[in-house]
Design a protein. Structure first.
Ligand SMILES: [Zn+2]
Length: 271
């Protein structure tokens, strides 16, 4: 296990819980024999720690280091310091695939970066937020999955994980559009600001797979905010989230709807 100091972030390459779960499934799923404390297994070192676990931890650590080189990234990492317990980054496995099962996708059998990235923010039953993230492709994964092994995907999941209370409030608020819900809208906004700061040419124009991309320019940022729905969602986020208020100060990042909102306000005042 690696602690990413000075933040409250722990990288744990152990997939002991998934192994225990798979073993139980393949040996008849007797409810009486169901492994106990699988959530706790994610918080401890694997009893047979191997180079495979070490490789995972090193790769995730490198992604975190990259995130920490950008100001938008630093703000997300710093938000972890407000948590009452460490947030864990774990490799996804079969058990996670079942927890994350929904009617649309069903159980995914291959553990690949695209289907793996997810967050389980802390709640009354779960003390530590968890993020599942796969920093590399495994054998059966499609090459197109490699973009989900990117640091921007890890950053996105961290946005969910470091704001457990907001997540709980916003996740049920579906938007009935390609942003899925207000929580995803917010997470993608921050991912976009990060990508724009990093120098990407394009950012995400939605949350759902197949959503269009937008140019990572100040013009596109301005146009994005001309849409009344986007404008209102950004305005609400600024009222609600300290993270949004901090990001709004990064005025030099081309695609930054939070900064855009403040600029529009200033322009109105100067009339
Ligand atoms: Zn998300």
């Amino acid at each position: 296990m690696l602690k990413f100091k000075p933040y409250r972030i722990v990288v744990n390459g152990s997939n002991e819980d998934d192994e225990a779960y798979e073993w139980w499934k393949s040996s008849g799923s007797d409810p009486a024999k169901r492994p106990k404390n699988m959530d706790d297994m994610e918080l401890r070192r694997h009893p047979f720690f191997s180079p495979r676990h070490a490789l995972y931890e090193a790769m995730v650590y490198l992604r975190l280091l990259k995130i920490s080189r950008y100001r938008a990234g630093q703000l997300v990492l710093a938000a972890s310091q407000q948590l009452s317990a460490d947030i864990y980054i774990n490799p996804p496995g079969m058990r996670d695939a079942v927890i994350g099962m929904d009617n649309e996708s069903g159980i995914r059998l291959a553990i690949c970066p695209a289907s793996a990235a997810s967050a389980r923010p802390s709640n009354q039953y779960l003390k530590n937020s968890r993020v599942r993230f796969m920093p590399y492709l495994t054998e059966s994964c499609d090459q197109s999955d490699s973009k989900y092994a990117d640091d921007s995907t890890l950053l996105h999941e961290l946005v969910h994980g470091v704001r457990p209370r907001q997540f709980e409030k916003l996740k049920p608020q579906t938007t009935n559009d390609h942003w899925t819900d207000l929580e995803e809208f917010f997470a993608v906004m921050i991912e976009n600001i990060y990508m724009s700061e990093r120098g990407d040419r394009e950012v995400r124009g939605g949350h759902q797979a197949g959503a269009n991309t937008l140019p990572a320019t100040r013009t596109a940022s301005y146009q994005f905010m001309e849409d009344q729905t986007n404008y209102q969602r950004v305005k609400d986020a600024l009222k609600r989230e300290k993270l949004a208020q901090e990001l709004a100060k990064l005025d030099d990042i081309p695609f930054n709807p939070f900064a855009e909102f403040n600029r529009a306000k200033r322009d109105l005042r100067s009339i």
